[in-house]
Every structure is written in structure tokens, then in C-alpha cells.
Design a protein around this ligand. Structure first.
Ligand code: NOJ
Ligand code: MG
Length: 556
């Protein structure tokens, strides 16, 4: 094994993750080095200067492990190897070393709820009889009814259809909260725990700075697997301000015993030098339940999905910000801020809908089409809110370009299992996963040396290409450069929110020396006192801020 020589970045002030800006790379769609139309690790390496110049602190890589790619890599068949699609372990080591050399930390994705059905364990389970140790690693159960032909309970898959399948000729069923090719592991089995501790160590030994934990609220299911009348859904589109709304409290989510797992993992992470971290993907409400995942001896962060689901509405955003800060403070954790990822419609497009911020599960050509210019204008203003908040902020690749969702992708190209399993009723997540545009005039818009891309790039993407935006003063990329520099300079991630009086659809707060003003209304408003240091649009002068605009001022 060719281990990098510098595996950790010395932590100056400690707890770098408390105020880090973390950039999510979706490897299939970031950059392609070998020209097969699918992004890969050497592609990421080739764009390291871009990432370093952006001014973020860490990169989170969605899965690049061996996988049949049924769910774009969230179906892992070998947790200790790189899929040939993406490169080799040596490529990973090179990438990690190059990132660390630029003070960029690397967070990898851990997928513990389920494996691929092509994982050696599941193959062995199918080849072994009911009651065997091989089957005990997964959730095999006898069916209901006289001949066992009914599934063991009524649970539905998050991707649509039933959550139980059985192999042909098999009398038992196995649980899969996601696709039938993603069998759920049984986390009450100590062998499963030991195996994942070993996987953690494998990547920690290689020098990774942390883990994003997939479906962190789903590993433990309620004893007896009781029927559940509600929908099985990771994401809920309801307004997020009703703190009493306990969505996703079905017997498959947020069970108390899940926390013991993260306490064990935390002990392992803490035994390594260099301040390693874990962030939970847990769709859990209210905030007080979510905060349980980031108690001092558990994970370091949890994604703040209430913030992601917020509407374009000043009082709602303020309520969510306050609730998030309070819940995190209660357990001594940093708040996190996230507005999109590879599972959600791109923020620019959500904000361009007639009910801005509502969260559709995908947008198709038959649906209302977002107003692209308006969405972008709002997304830029929202970035000025997000990056001014204390705690840790996430950027999903392409957000820094203002990239919209592809809302017109023909069905033939769609690959999301949710699209397939619902017969197209759910349009799925492909529209936010389109390969990035790097060079406006080049084949595949500079994504790779070839013309092909695994999902087609819509024509309009050329206008968002990196080469069009670099150095262009009004571009979204340059806005991000400026904001990330100012955020660092003024220590906003370590600061606090002090709200100031403001009209209804306007948010005004001070964080240290910076006064943040976001106008969510449509009319111009007066800017409060202070000298502008950044703005999401050209300021008309006379101390006015246009609608759907934001500015940072220096506090007088
Ligand atoms: C959440 C991941 O973000 C998503 O992409 C995936 O499909 C599911 N978990 C299942 O692993
Ligand atoms: Mg490739």
C-alpha cells in the first residue's frame, strides 16, 4: 500500500469543523479524466487548483467505492476499494495528499444502513439457509400468510414500492428501505458493528478527516418491525417551521438505540490524531431530536434539513435559524447550513418557482418551469445569508456557479431508481446530478476529454461554465470567492447572530463586524447604516437594496 506521507493537517485552533465550509463533490459529475463520460478521482485531482482557490475548508466526496451503481454508488459492494469507474486506491491516496497539501480536508461517505446485493456478505446470505450466521447480518424474515407469500410487514421503500423482496425460490424475505439491490444490514448483530469499525479504521488509517454518514437515523429498526401506516420518506416537503411536527417517526427511523453506534465510532475517531469528524445525514425533526446526534460523545455535525426545506420567507427563515442555533448550542455542537445536495432539486430552480422554496421531488418538463433569472437572483441572496451564519456551511458542487436543475431531461436518460420504481411518478434526482460545465466552447463543456457525459448537459449550461465566470466581476463564482474570503477574514463562522430591527420581509443581523441584510420581498428597501462590502446584485445607490437582493455592510 502506498500511503501518503502527510496524512493529517495539523489543527491550529482545534475543532476546524465547527466553522468549516464544506464543498460536496459528487464524483460522477464533477470532472472526468479518462473520457468515459463519468467523473472520476483523477478528474477531481485535475481540478484541485479550482477547489483550493474557492476558499473552502474541506471536500466531502459522495461514494466512489466498488459498486454496481444501482443507486449511483450508494449501493456498496466493497467498502475498502475504489470502483474502477472512479480510479484506484492509489488515485485516492494521491487526491488526499494533494488536498492536504493545500490545507483542504477530505470527508468520505459511509453507507452503513445497507450494502449492495452484490456485496460478498449478501451473496453468502442468499447461498445460506434461513437461521444461518450469513443471513443474520441482514434483515431476513419469514413472510406472512399461510404460505409466507405476504411480506413480513407493510413497509414501503423510500424509492417507491414495497420494502421487502425475496430471491427466486427463497422462502424468506429481506428488508430494503431503498432499492431491492440495497439490502438493509442488521445493526443488532455485533458482527456488523465490528465490520464497520474496521471500515472506519481503513479510511482513517489512509488519512481521511471524517465521514458523512448516510441514512444515520435509519440503522436501528423498532423491535418486532411493527406495521407502519405512514409513508416511508426521507424528505418531507411540509413547511419546516412547525417544530412539533414529528415527521419520519416511523419504526424505521430515529430509534434511540442508534446513538450507541455513534458513541462507539466517536471513540474510534478520537483515538486518531488530527481532529477527525462525522456528519449525520438524519432527516429528523424537531431540531431537539436532531441535536441528539451531535451530543458531545456522538457525531460532530448533522445536516440542517429544516434550513434546506425553508421557503423564501423571512419570518420562517429567522425562526429556523434561531431554532437551529439554540438546539445546537444546547449540546455544544455547531449549527450547520445546507441549501441543496445530490438528492434535492437545485436551490436556484426551487427559488424560481411560483411558490419559491417549496420542495418538489424533482421537476419534469411537464411541471411548472422555474423562472431561471429570478431563481438565480434569489439563490445569490440566499448564499449571502448562508455564508454569513455562524457554524459550518455546505456547498453542493455547482451551487457556486448558480447552476440550475435540468428540468427537461428526457425520461430515457433518467437513472435514479426512484424514477424507475415509481414508474416515473416521482421524477427523481437526476436533474441535480448533471455533469458540471467547465469550458463553454469545449466538448462536454470541458467536463472531460470526450463529448459524452453520463447524463446529458442541457444547452443552457454553457452560460454557467467556469471559464465564463472566472474573473467576471458579476459572476456567481466571483461572488462566492468574495464571500468565502470575507467570511474567513471576519471569522463569521465563529461569530454569533444579533438580529436588528427590520421590515417584515427583510432579515438584518450583525455577526461581528459584518451587518447582513437580505431583502426577501420584491420592493426596494432602505439599507441600514454601514458601508457595503459585498452584494448579491448591483446596488442602485442612495442607500437602497432591491428586492430579492442581499448585502453585507461593515457595522458602523
Ligand atoms: C441518502 C443518499 O444521499 C441518497 O443519494 C441515497 O439514495 C440514499 N441515502 C440511500 O443510500
Ligand atoms: Mg471517467
Amino acid at each position: 500500500m502506498n500511503l501518503p506521507t502527510h496524512t493529517t493537517i495539523a489543527s491550529a485552533a482545534g475543532n476546524w469543523w465547527r466553522n468549516a465550509v464544506i464543498y460536496q463533490i459528487y464524483p460522477r459529475s464533477f470532472a472526468d479524466a479518462d473520457g468515459d463520460g463519468i467523473g472520476d478521482l483523477p478528474g477531481i485531482l485535475s481540478r484541485m487548483e479550482y477547489l483550493a482557490a474557492l476558499g473552502v475548508d474541506a471536500l466531502w466526496l459522495s461514494p466512489f467505492y466498488r459498486s454496481p451503481q444501482t443507486d449511483a454508488g450508494y449501493d456498496v459492494s466493497d467498502y475498502r476499494d475504489v470502483d474502477p469507474l472512479f480510479g484506484t486506491l492509489d488515485d485516492f491516496d494521491r487526491l488526499l495528499q494533494a488536498a492536504h497539501a493545500r490545507d483542504l480536508r477530505i470527508i468520505v461517505d459511509l453507507v452503513p444502513n445497507h450494502t449492495s446485493d452484490e456485496h460478498a456478505w449478501f451473496r453468502a446470505a442468499l447461498a445460506s439457509p434461513p437461521g444461518s450466521v450469513e443471513r443474520a447480518r441482514y434483515m431476513f424474515r419469514d413472510g406472512r400468510g399461510a404460505d409466507g407469500s405476504e411480506p413480513p410487514n407493510n413497509w414501503q421503500s423510500v424509492f417507491g414500492g414495497g420494502a421487502w423482496s425475496r430471491a427466486e425460490g427463497d422462502r424468506q424475505w429481506y428488508l430494503h428501505l431503498f432499492d431491492r439491490k440495497q439490502p438493509d444490514l442488521d445493526w443488532n448483530n455485533p458482527e456488523v458493528r465490528t465490520e464497520f469499525e474496521s471500515v472506519l479504521r481503513f479510511w482513517l488509517d489512509r488519512g481521511v478527516d471524517g465521514f458523512r454518514v448516510d441514512v444515520a437515523h435509519g440503522l436501528i429498526k423498532a423491535a418486532g418491525l411493527p406495521d407502519w401506516a405512514g409513508e416511508t420518506s426521507m424528505v418531507d416537503g411540509a413547511p419546516a417551521q412547525d417544530a412539533s411536527d414529528g415527521v419520519n417517526r416511523g419504526p424505521m427511523w430515529d430509534q434511540d438505540n442508534v446513538h450507541a453506534i455513534y458513541r462507539d465510532w466517536r471513540r474510534i475517531l478520537d483515538s486518531y490524531p488530527g481532529d477527525r469528524m462525522m456528519v449525520a445525514e438524519a432527516w429528523v425533526r424537531p431540531q431537539s431530536r436532531l441535536a441528539r446526534y451531535v451530543r458531545p460523545d456522538e457525531m460532530n455535525q448533522a445536516f440542517n434539513f429544516d434550513y434546506l426545506l425553508a421557503r423564501w420567507n423571512a419570518p420562517m427563515l429567522r425562526t429556523i435559524i434561531d431554532a437551529s442555533l439554540a438546539a445546537a448550542a444546547e449540546v455544544g455542537a455547531p449549527a450547520t447550513w445546507v441549501t441543496s445536495n445530490h438528492d434535492t432539486v437545485r436551490i436556484t430552480s426551487r427559488l424560481g418557482l411560483s411558490h419559491p422554496g417549496i420542495r418538489p421531488k424533482g421537476i419534469s418538463a411537464a411541471d411548472e418551469q422555474p423562472d431561471e433569472a429570478l431563481g438565480l437572483r434569489r439563490a445569490r441572496a440566499l448564499a449571502m445569508l448562508t455564508l454569513a451564519l455562524p457554524g459550518s456551511a455546505y456547498i453542493y458542487q455547482g451551487e457556486e456557479l448558480g447552476l440550475p436543475e435540468d428540468t427537461t431531461m428526457p425520461a430515457t436518460f433518467r437513472q435514479d431508481p426512484a424514477f424507475r420504481r415509481t414508474g416515473g411518478r416521482e421524477i427523481g434526482r437526476d436533474g441535480c446530478r448533471v455533469p458540471l460545465p467547465w469550458v463553454a466552447g469545449a466538448p462536454s463543456l470541458g467536463f472531460g476529454p470526450g463529448a459524452a457525459t453520463w447524463l446529458p448537459q442541457p444547452e443552457g449550461f454553457a452560460g454557467y461554465a467556469v471559464d465564463r465566470q472566472e474573473g467576471a466581476p458579476d459572476s456567481t463564482l466571483e461572488l462566492y470567492h468574495a464571500l468565502l474570503r470575507l467570511r474567513r477574514e471576519h471569522g463569521l463562522g465563529r461569530g454569533a447572530v444579533r438580529w436588528q430591527a427590520s421590515p417584515d420581509q427583510v432579515l438584518v443581523f450583525d455577526n461581528g463586524p459584518v451587518r447582513v441584510v437580505v431583502n426577501l420581498g420584491t420592493d426596494d428597501v432602505d439599507l441600514p447604516p454601514g458601508t457595503p462590502i459585498a452584494s448579491s446584485l448591483a446596488l442602485p445607490g442612495e442607500g437602497r437594496l432591491p428586492g430579492n437582493g442581499a448585502a453585507w455592510l461593515s457595522v458602523p
